[in-house]
Ligand binder design. Sequence first.
Ligand code: UD1
Ligand code: CA
Length: 452
Amino acid sequence: MSKPETTAVILAAGKGTRMKSAHPKVLHGIANAPMLAHVFAVVKVAGIGRQALVVGPDMEQVEEAGKSFADGLDVFVQQEQRGTADAVLAAKDALQKADGPVLVLYGDTPLLEPETLTKVQDGLRGGADLVVVGFEAPDPTGYGRLLVDDAGTLTGIREEKDASEDEKRITLCNSGIVGFASGALLSSLLDRIGNDNAKGEYYLTDAVGLAAADGLSLEIVTADPETLLGVNSRAELAIAESVMQQRLRARALANGVTMTAPETVFLSADTEIASDVIIEPNVFFGPGVTVGEGAHIKSFCHFEQAIIGKNATIGPFARLRPGAELAEGAHIGNFVEIKKATVGEGAKVNHLTYIGDAGIGAGANIGAGTITCNYDGFDKHRTEVGEGAFIGSNTSLVAPVKIGDGAYIGSGSVIVHDVSPGALSLSRSPQEEKADWATRYKARRMKAKQRG
Ligand code: UD1
Ligand code: CA
């Protein structure tokens, strides 16, 4: 017989009023992904096959986000924010369906690690009825405190607002993650939780005291406090971001990426960087960026949804916008912006250029100051530059336009018609020369000045 599956109930109905935001708390981003996405990712890695999400009313966005993180997700609505126990109660159907252990997680703990959930499951499989994830908080303010008896056995959880001065001195805190041996056990405990406390809320944490009084077997597993940070304010969001950045940088370094000043490189949760990539200081990776082996990224670059091929060189001061795709060995230099465009193998776009809605052939050379004029105020149009083409400096390519393979464009041209392969095209007024004009002009002006 296959072993019963664990169900994770993720609570995300809280408004997070201390965030002072029009957006639901759990959708605020850490490393360019919503907090909630991190929680779902961890649940998946920990091998928890069933998930239920509890959202508040008018939280369609959270529901949609949740469904994009987990196929066939069960979503429940908690009509009023009456506390974490009430939130779990909203998911009662999921508890009934659960044929294995149930873990309750909070959507605002994005730094959670899968090993922690594994430890909880191990505790439950080992016979515990209830497992609480605790941590030694450097500053316990705001967290529920774990109450233990002289033998070190968990007897209850006291919320900050209800704690006595003595209890406030306890530094062993509740992370919010609690595992229950079964959905039925959790349901029966929830039914007995009241709201006689400082906040007048139904606290899930009260399930612990009830279980202890019933003589059930309770266990505490601990994890690194940094991994259990609950985000309730923008300040905590910033702390979580910085911890996540450190993790992502450490992972990149471990994978063989060189970063001269890792603390100045900002990564996204989904950034993929191959080995032997060199990243100079002050580079920003937005979502959806992939970097191939051996690429060299110079200082002050900004990337979003871009693919950087093997051994490409980029920057300093380059911007890759969504849809930029650089093939192997492409060169992108300073003050260059690329959007929705492919740059072929070994092609060079080295200075002061905008390439948008375009295809640049392999080995093409795009001169300084080249601009693809891709927008006519209504629609976007494409520019195609053939393989090995040479675009002289300060050229405007007015799209839609095609430059054939190996063609030359004279500097300063405004190109509005297609150019055949191998041709030279230029559009500029003929250059005149007037012999000695400048010498005579200066002499005349000097004389006029001297006369006063
Ligand atoms: C909670 C715990 C506390 C723990 C801390 C860890 C309780 C009573 N307290 O406190 O012991 O130390 O987390 O970070 O559980 N939520 C709902 N519906 C509600 C209330 C909350 O869905 O009615 C959700 C929130 O969206 C959030 C989570 O539950 O994701 C936790 O709620 P929050 O208000 O942040 O609890 P804390 O005060 O941080
Ligand atoms: Ca919280």
